[in-house]
Design a protein around this ligand. Structure first.
Ligand code: CMX
Ligand code: CO
Length: 146
């Protein structure tokens, strides 16, 4: 049902400076950047490796674009650091329904738009051992993002 680590989300105050750190320190480069107004973030995706389900694993750097957003609240409480873990699936709505049936609160009533044309949904961190967890359905390969 869940077939890869799709990404690790990292909250930061300065996206460009953080991307520079990952490039200069590890040699990881930004392969995609976008603003997701609904989620309240400017984000940079750093592709790390392909996965055997045809997808890929990324780091996702997140800078808030407004103060009343989850990432802005996280930064105010915790400072910079790991914000969430995202697992990949071929069917995000199906995976969310199955996991919801196991007693975990699904935070979105229907999947929302994520990076690079993906569909995403979040699971409540209080039901996941303190880890905000995201499920990601990648777009079809023809979209050219993976
Ligand atoms: N990881 C773990 N715990 C977290 C957390 C996180 N990222 N964010 C908040 N919490 C915890 C807080 O520590 C707090 O715990 P206590 O009650 O024990 O103090 C509790 O959750 C509520 O905290 P809050 O400040 O009131 O948090 P919010 O109002 O932001 O609500 C959550 C928390 C998870 C419901 C909200 O952040 C959310 O809906 N997140 C999903 C959307 C999202 O994060 N979007 C940005 C990423 C976009 C992307 O990946 O594409
Ligand atoms: Co994410």
């Amino acid at each position: 049902m869940l077939t890869r680590i799709d990404h690790i989300g990292i909250a930061c105050r300065d996206l460009d400076a953080t991307a520079r750190f990952y490039s200069e320190t590890y040699g990881f480069e930004v392969t995609h950047e976008e603003v997701n107004e609904e989620q309240g973030v400017r984000e940079a995706m750093l592709r790390i490796n392909g996965t055997d389900d045809g997808g890929a694993s990324y780091l996702q750097l997140l800078e808030p674009v407004r103060e009343d957003s989850p990432v802005a609240r996280f930064l105010a409480r915790n400072g910079e650091g790991v914000h969430h873990v995202a697992f990949g699936t071929a069917d995000v709505a199906g995976a969310a329904a199955t996991i919801g049936g196991r007693g975990v609160r699904v935070l979105d009533s229907a999947p929302r738009d994520g990076s690079m044309g993906s569909l995403i949904t979040f699971l409540h961190p209080k039901d996941c051992g303190g880890v905000l967890t995201e499920l990601v359905q990648a777009p079809a390969p023809e979209a050219g993002f993976r």
